[in-house]
Design a binder for this molecule. Structure first.
Ligand code: 5AD
Ligand code: SF4
Length: 440
């Protein structure tokens, strides 16, 4: 029998990247093999994102691109899943625009995908299946991991925060935590093989992990303690954090445990209290700065990154200036900057004083200029320092690693070093794009 192939196109965040590993796991279970070539595929899955309008437009274009493939191969199965499909009216919209789509699935029933594909294989009848909530936190979904040394692990799903710009709570539902025992079992399995050196815990707001258990005991630090007690040479990262829930206990724990990675992603979104208020972020710039001070005091080698939105409705020049000031204050190792994008059904969509696109563009350019300078200074400062890094690949006689802030380090060595192991590296030189290091 001819081998059936799958092609998955993933858009969006780490959560989606990991969901695609589950999609791959399920498809393998029912007899499909991976292909990198769309033309060879018997099934194409679009795992979608809707965080900004730009993502949706890109996805629409990509779905449109396969019209010809589907025309040439009537048996090709086209599946669309992920955050975009969970929006009200979207499945109907998609079907109208692209009648060739066969299966549309929402975020709450992704784990049913294998059953849906089997059903379609038998009936050849297209259908949409969107659930408003899931029946239970699903365990045991087969997962085909695609990253080399890093393993993604969900610790919770959904978000309760309702930041006024954000569509996530509407498409991913309320917070649901996985049980400590289930997460621990998964991490134990992953590190046992010695293959995964970084475990990245995923959740929309990992700092509120366990609140839904209401047991007076389980919280994020409790979970981290349990995971760090697992023997092995691995590091634990996590994303994403919310400054209102990021505790001093957590900072102490990161600083005191050598299994905890020292890179911290702490999205601030804006440096203006007025804007934070209308974003419904529920912390002040002062609270955020205190957290940053505390992190820098307790974890001197911490690498801190953030997310910023510019051009939120009502953002004045003064508000934006305050964001620029905050960037300088925090000296971030990296900034993910976004232009505000209206999302249907969110409160901010209806806010007055929407900012014209030319001003948004000016602001994001300015933001990146400032950040660029900061990163250059931080990188120059690394010269002469020794840092611990994971060797990720070897190109000719050069080993490649990354700093916590994401800069590439090139390391020439005659020694036979092991990819996937941690080494201490002394930074010798900072070039425009890379760093040069040597093994010590
Ligand atoms: N417009 C622009 N950026 C957004 N983000 C979330 N919603 C929007 C939106 N409507 C950004 C936030 C968040 C990151 C994942 O995406 O900065 O932290
Ligand atoms: Fe969106 Fe805010 Fe929840 Fe993050 S915390 S997913 S920005 S609503």
């Amino acid at each position: 029998m001819k081998t059936k192939h799958y092609f998955i196109q993933t858009f969006g965040c780490q959560m989606n990247i990991h969901d695609s590993e589950k999609i791959a796991g399920m498809l393998k279970k029912i007899g499909y093999e991976e292909t990198q070539d769309k033309a060879e595929a018997s099934i194409i899955v679009f795992n979608t994102c809707c965080i900004r309008e730009s993502a949706e437009l890109k996805i629409m274009a990509k779905i449109g691109d396969i019209k010809a493939l589907k025309k040439a191969n009537k048996d090709l199965i086209v599946v669309v899943c992920g955050c975009m499909t969970q929006q009200k009216g979207m499945p109907e919209n998609l079907k109208k625009k692209f009648p060739f789509i066969n299966i549309i699935i929402g975020t709450h029933n992704l784990e049913e995908l294998e059953n849906y594909v089997l059903k379609y294989e038998q009936t050849h009848k297209s259908f949409n299946e969107i659930w408003e909530t899931e029946k239970e936190v699903k365990e045991q979904t087969p997962t085909f991991r695609t990253s080399k040394f890093n393993a993604w692990v969900n610790i919770m799903y959904g978000c309760n925060n309702f930041c006024t710009y954000c569509i996530v709570p509407y498409v991913r539902g309320r917070e649901r935590s996985r049980k400590v025992e289930d997460i621990k079992k998964e991490v134990e399995e992953l590190v046992k093989t010695n293959k995964y050196k970084t475990i990245t815990l995923l959740g929309q707001n990992v700092n509120s992990y366990g609140k839904d258990f209401n047991d007076g005991k389980t919280n994020f630090v409790y979970l981290l303690k349990e995971l760090c007690s697992i023997p092995g040479d691995f590091r634990i990262k996590f994303m994403t954090s919310h400054p209102k829930d990021f505790s001093l206990e957590l900072i102490d724990f990161i600083s005191s445990n050598n299994k905890m990675s020292k890179s911290i992603h702490l999205p601030v979104q804006s440096g203006s209290n007025n804007i934070l208020k209308i974003m419904n972020r529920r912390y002040t710039v002062e609270h955020y700065k205190n957290l940053i001070d505390e992190i820098k005091n307790k974890i001197p080698n911490a690498s801190i990154t953030t997310d910023i939105i510019v051009g939120f409705p009502g953002e004045t020049d003064e508000d934006f200036l305050q964001t620029c000031e905050l960037l300088k204050y925090c000296n971030y190792n990296g900034v993910f900057g976004f232009v505000y994008s209206k999302r249907k059904g969110t409160p901010a969509e209806k806010f007055e004083n929407q900012i014209p696109i030319n001003i948004k563009r000016e602001r994001i350019t300015k933001l990146f200029e400032i950040q660029h300078k900061i990163v250059k200074e931080l990188t120059d400062r690394l010269v002469g320092q020794t840092i611990e890094v994971l060797l990720e690949e070897k190109i000719k006689d050069c080993y490649i690693a990354k700093t916590d802030g994401g800069k590439t380090i090139k390391i020439k060595s005659e020694n036979n070093l092991i990819l996937g192991n941690y080494y201490n590296i002394k930074i010798k030189k900072a070039l425009t794009n890379d760093l040069i290091g040597e093994i010590i």
